[in-house]
Write a protein that binds this ligand. Structure first.
Ligand SMILES: [Zn+2]
Length: 545
């Protein structure tokens, strides 16, 4: 604690104080992974002192341009646009003695990344795990209402803990199919099929935060006791449509959010009877299913559901051609409207999950011209609100710095890319590229938020994850939660961070700690990892972009 306080004081020293250190006093932040040749490419030069002159990227050279003013930990910021450098190769941005990390430009600049993201999902597998090489969690689970045994073996552990959230699992399955990652999608789809054993039942969660009791262990050594013995069966929580929790209660109002998204996932998996049954359950039980808090008051408070039933309806239409499903999809699309978190400074934990409404994009090619205009308008309106916020800082961050902020950043980029795909309107191409670059390291810390990516480059490398802590296995490819505003971080209780090598880049605006102890900024999450896979999948690879 004392160490952390001291570091905070050092970071808070006014930048006007004489800087007696020879270097570094300035940093060039880039996308540490790389750029496609036609991508917009804007590095950020951040400095304690005013700078002027020219910068170089290979044979490209330009003036550093105007000072964009202070933001976060930096007094002076300059946006270095080298979009014109399109020749494939490995480069650094150089400005006098200030040099960026190396990065690639080329049509295959990200070729390794999707494989790493899927490596992380395999590490997270529950039931049978190819990394661990042995079965575990084979007794999932016991229904918390009926006390009956139900087969809910499989799926993925949500994050660093060992429990399974169907709120995120349903998203992962559907999006993995849309990203062409069928093998991993099918692994999750097998569990999503089982969470709906009869027409009126859907499970929202397997295990709960009793899992967070020490000692922390690897998946296969889990000794959590849910009341049926250490390492025994785990609690299977049905979504009841009412507020749930023995001590703290969530604000559940129905099951349509979960059932709708599960229906979309099952339609994409080709299981149309299960998809249809889930969709009908969603229509009978409008409202939102939330995760269940047991020991602590935190839960996934998803509060929107029209987007999920829209998605169910459009995937059923695509699979069956049934006109009634298309009409329903259009009706729910108009109810869902534009993206409600875009333009906000704060929102609740997973309040607006999923962070991008893929149903609008899926529906667009099948809709009448008037509906198409509405769908495009919904995407554009949200993007414009984020852009207005982003233009106020040199890093062009316009998304909220709440828990799992990387989810918001990726959703912004995804919505921008899909908007261009739908309409041909290129106005948000730079928005998409700068959001992607934030994830890959063009942020105040200079750190890629994907664990171990790029290999050997600046990236998250001490994540809040048991496999690294206990077994020395780095969960490469996991996307971490990412930065949060300092007041959010300060409100949480952590074990000692130890020395923070990023201390000078922390500020009131945002903090990010590449250390095991910080579960708010450095814990990998399955939903965000899959969302990034999808973004890279839909990113225009050549030509117009
Ligand atoms: Zn498990």
């Amino acid at each position: 604690m004392h160490t952390r306080l001291l570091l905070t004081l050092i970071a808070a020293l006014p930048a006007a104080a004489p800087d007696t250190r020879p270097a570094p006093w300035a940093w060039i932040r880039v996308n540490n992974v790389g750029y496609l040749p036609q991508d917009p490419k804007i590095a950020v030069l951040s400095s304690r002192t005013p700078l002027s002159g020219r910068f170089e990227v290979g044979d490209f050279s330009a003036d550093v341009g105007p000072d964009c003013g202070p933001w976060g930990p930096f007094e002076h910021n300059y946006r270095l646009d080298f979009t014109a450098q399109q020749t494939p190769g490995t480069y650094r941005v150089v400005c006098g003695e200030i040099v960026s990390p190396p990065f690639s430009i080329g049509p295959d600049a990200w070729r390794e990344v999707p494989g790493r993201l899927l490596d992380f999902m395999r590490l997270q597998r529950c039931g049978d795990n190819p990394v661990v090489g042995r079965p575990f969690h084979r007794q999932d689970g016991i229904d918390t209402v009926t006390g009956r045994r139900v087969d809910l073996v499989g799926g993925w552990h949500d994050a660093a803990d060992r429990l399974k959230h169907m709120i995120t699992t349903t998203w992962c399955v559907a999006v993995l199919f849309l990203a062409g990652a069928d093998d991993e999608a099918r692994h999750g789809a097998a569990l999503v099929r089982k969470i709906h054993p009869d027409p009126d039942t859907i499970y929202v969660q397997i295990g709960d935060d009793r899992d967070h009791l020490p000692p922390a262990t690897l998946w296969h050594d889990d000794q959590s006791d849910y009341g049926w013995g250490k390492g025994g069966p785990r609690a299977a929580w049905p979504a009841t449509g009412r507020p749930e929790g023995p001590k703290y209660r969530n604000a559940s109002s129905g099951v349509a959010s979960l059932a709708g998204r599960a229906a979309a996932a099952m339609a994409l998996a080709g299981d149309l009877p299960t998809a249809r049954s889930l969709y009908e359950l969603a229509l009978r039980r409008p409202g939102c299913a939330m995760s269940v808090p047991v020991r602590a008051p935190h839960y996934y408070g998803e509060s929107t559901w029209h987007d999920d039933v829209e998605w169910a309806a459009v995937e059923l239409f695509i699979a069956t051609g049934r006109q009634r499903d298309l009409q329903d999809a259009v009706r729910f699309a108009l109810e869902a409207g534009d993206n409600p978190w875009m333009g906000l400074d704060r929102h609740g934990h997973y309040e607006f999950f999923p962070y991008v409404n893929l149903a609008h994009w899926r529906l667009y090619p099948h809709a009448d011209p008037q509906t198409r205009d509405r769908l495009a308008h919904f995407y554009r309106a949200g993007l414009e609100r984020v852009v207005r916020r982003a233009e106020q800082n040199p890093y062009r961050l316009g998304t909220p710095l709440v828990w799992c902020s990387t989810n918001n950043v990726i959703a912004l980029a995804t919505q921008a890319v899909l908007y261009e795909r739908m309409t041909g309107d290129r106005r948000f191409r730079t928005v998409a590229a700068e959001a992607r670059d934030w994830i890959f390291g063009r942020n105040p810390w200079g750190v890629s938020m994907v664990i171990g990516v790029p290999a050997g480059g600046p990236c998250a490398s001490k994540p809040h994850h048991m496999f690294h802590r206990l077994a020395g296995i780095l969960p490469v490819g996991g996307l971490v939660d990412g930065p949060v505003s300092k007041d959010i971080n300060d409100s949480l209780k952590f074990d000692d961070f130890g020395d923070d090598p990023l201390a000078e880049f922390q500020s009131q605006v945002a903090v990010y700690h590449d250390c095991y102890a910080d579960f708010s900024t450095n814990e990998p999450i399955i939903d965000g990892t899959v969302s990034l896979l999808f973004l890279l999948h839909v990113w225009p690879s050549a030509g117009s972009f």
